[in-house]
Structures are given as C-alpha cells and as structure tokens.
Design a protein around this ligand. Structure first.
Ligand SMILES: Cc1cc2nc3c(=O)[nH]c(=O)nc-3n(C[C@H](O)[C@H](O)[C@H](O)COP(=O)(O)O)c2cc1C
Length: 334
C-alpha cells in the first residue's frame, strides 16, 4: 500500500495524522510532513464562528503559506452556516473540507454538533449536501461507530455520506458515548469499508507500525489515522508508513529514535511553536508536547518538571543542556 486517493487531490500517504484540537497545529503538521505524511487536517473549527467572520475562529485556520494538501475540519449543525464557512475556507485555498461527526466533547454535543449528529441521519445528509453544494473542493467526514449502541450504525451513516457526495470517510471505531474508554472495535471499520466505495480511513488505538498494518489487513481500510500514540513520538507515523509500504515488517525497519534524536526533535518542535505562535504563548502551549517526548526516558522526571515552567525557547534549551550535563556526570549503571 503506497498511496490512497481522494478525488481531486494528489496521491496521499496512507498514514494520516489524526486531527486533535490543542495538538495538531501548524508546527505539528510540519513535523508530520517531515515524517512522510501529506494529508494534514486543521482540527475542529466552528462553522458558526467562520460564517460570521469571527476573528478568533479565523485565526485557528493558520494555513497561510502552508504546503498543500491541507484540510480544515468544521463542526456545526446548521447547513447554512456550514456552507458559508466552507465557502470562506475555499476562498482561502484549502484543499478539502472535513465535517466533524465524531467529537464527543460536551461543549460540541450540547449544540447537537460532532458525534451527537450521528443520532440524526437525515440531518447528516442535509449537512453533507449543503457542503457539497457550496464548494468545489472535496468534502470528507470523520465519524464514530455511532452515538451509542442504540443509535443508527456507522454503516448507515457512511452510506448516507457517500450518497451525498462525501469524498472519503475516516472512522474512529468507538461510539460517541464511549468517548475514549474501552478499546476501538475495528470490525466497525471493516463493515464501513464493505458498505461504501469511497476511501475509508481507519482510526483507533494504533500504537505501532505492526498495529497499522494489522488494521489494514483486518479491515481492508485504504489508510490509517494515528493520533495519541504519535504525541511526543512522531516517528510512529514514519514507522507505520514503512510497514504499509512493505506490506508487513519492513526489511530495514527505521531505527527507534535515540535520546539525542528525541531531544533534537523536541527542540525543533519548540522552535516551530515559537515561530508560529510566538513566545511565550507557543512555548506554554508546547509544554504538553515536551513532556511526552520524554515518555519512558530514564531520570527525566526533573526535566519534565522544569519544562512545565518554560516560557521561552532559551528556557527549553537551557533545561535540555542541564539535563545532558547531569546525564554525562551520572555513572553508567546508576
Ligand atoms: C486531545 C484530543 C483532541 C482531539 N481532537 C479532535 C478533533 O478536533 N477532531 C477530531 O475529529 N477528532 C479529535 N480527536 C480524536 C482523534 O482524532 C482520534 O479519533 C482519536 O484520538 C482515536 O485515535 P488514536 O487512538 O490514534 O488516538 C481528539 C483526540 C484527542 C486525544
């Protein structure tokens, strides 16, 4: 599996970084591109906010000068607002628009957005129809396995989306009510893949390249989407791409990152955050990534602690230097 295809876009790498609000910002997308991904999604932008040209909402769409393809994910439950928002985005040159039908957060479902829409198949059809009629670029959707066990199943929603012109569907194989609990039921991905002809991107609980390949084998999905496990470990996307390219264990597996490489990536990521978000804001937002780059690293607790008070790039650099100096002094088998 080398690429997958969404009508109207260039060939796409079959590993897709999951849209994650608070994480998958411009810096993260740039790192994902360096790891070989090229289908990148700006997460969870309010259609209502965009439709009324709200400045803060517009600022979330930080895509000026960014490489394409870049997709923007919208949430909302009113066809007219989604259509107006999509037109504004198309005028800004987005490659595709993704409709969020999967977010279980209370502030979204309280307004019947995100995963709550899975309870209302007719409205889902109207929303996709409105989007498709409003823009020329592809429109995709990200769904869940359903709202809960008793709501219309993902297969029904997927068929509706396809009939209304969706160009691809990503599916996180948990219900909305499950949020992130339990394990993802990949059988739902297989069922959706069987039910539609448009590309299906499988999502949920991939933690290794082997997992990515297993999801492809078990579900027949056209691409995989990886989120949480890539936080602080963007090499996972590269590893998954290697497995999918080799259709099994890669003959020369990419080496796991050394401590020096982790620290180097951490510095690069911080620099991108400072570039795109400024100091101190970008560095404050970066803290949650910084601690994740040190997941599993021995004796890193004091450094993680220091990161939580960093406000500048210089603070980050000094903290890393102090950590490396302490590591150099430590006896080898301490
Ligand atoms: C912190 C966080 C934020 C998320 N934000 C979004 C979002 O904005 N839009 C969306 O479609 N999914 C969002 N998700 C869900 C992920 O895209 C993905 O479906 C989920 O994490 C399961 O994949 P994973 O097991 O690879 O993490 C978010 C998940 C997390 C953990």
């Amino acid at each position: 599996m080398k690429t997958f295809h969404i009508a109207g876009l260039e060939p796409l790498a079959p590993v897709v970084p999951a849209p994650m609000s608070g994480y998958s910002d411009r810096a993260w997308r740039e790192i994902a591109r360096a790891m070989g991904c090229n289908y990148l999604i700006v997460p969870l932008v309010s259609a209502e906010g965009l439709a009324r040209a709200d400045v803060k909402t517009e600022a979330l769409v930080d895509i000026e000068g960014e490489r394409r393809p870049v997709v923007v994910q919208l949430f909302g439950s009113r066809p007219a607002s989604l259509a107006a928002a999509a037109q504004r985005l198309e005028a800004r040159g987005v490659s595709a628009i993704d409709l969020n039908l999967g977010c279980p957060a209370r502030r979204i479902v309280a307004h019947d957005g995100g995963a709550a829409l899975l309870k209302h198949p007719r409205l889902v059809a109207e929303l996709m129809h409105a989007l498709r009629s409003a823009v020329h670029c592809p429109v995709t959707a990200k769904i869940r396995a359903g709202w809960d066990e008793s709501s219309p199943p993902a297969v029904e929603i997927a068929r509706i989306l396809e009939a209304e012109g969706a160009a691809a569907i990503a599916i996180h194989a948990r219900t909305g009510r499950q949020q992130f609990k339990g394990t993802a039921d990949w059988r739902v991905i297989a069922a959706v893949k069987q039910a539609v002809r448009i590309p299906v991107i499988g999502n949920g609980d991939i933690r290794s390249g082997a997992d990515a390949w297993r999801m492809c084998c078990e579900t027949g999905c056209d691409a995989v989407m990886i989120g949480r496990a890539a936080i602080g470990n963007p090499w996972l996307w590269r590893e998954a791409l290697a497995w999918l390219a080799a259709e099994g264990p890669p003959p020369t597996p990419p080496a796991p990152p050394s401590l020096a490489e982790r620290l180097d990536m951490l510095r690069q990521h911080a620099a991108l955050m400072a570039r795109y978000r400024g100091e101190p804001r970008g560095i404050v937002e970066f803290r949650k990534h910084a601690v994740q780059y040190l997941r599993g690293v021995r004796n890193s607790r004091p450094l993680k602690h220091v990161f939580l008070s960093c406000t500048t790039l210089a603070d980050i650099a000094a903290a890393i230097e102090a950590f490396q100096a302490a590591a150099a002094e430590r006896p080898l088998h301490s």
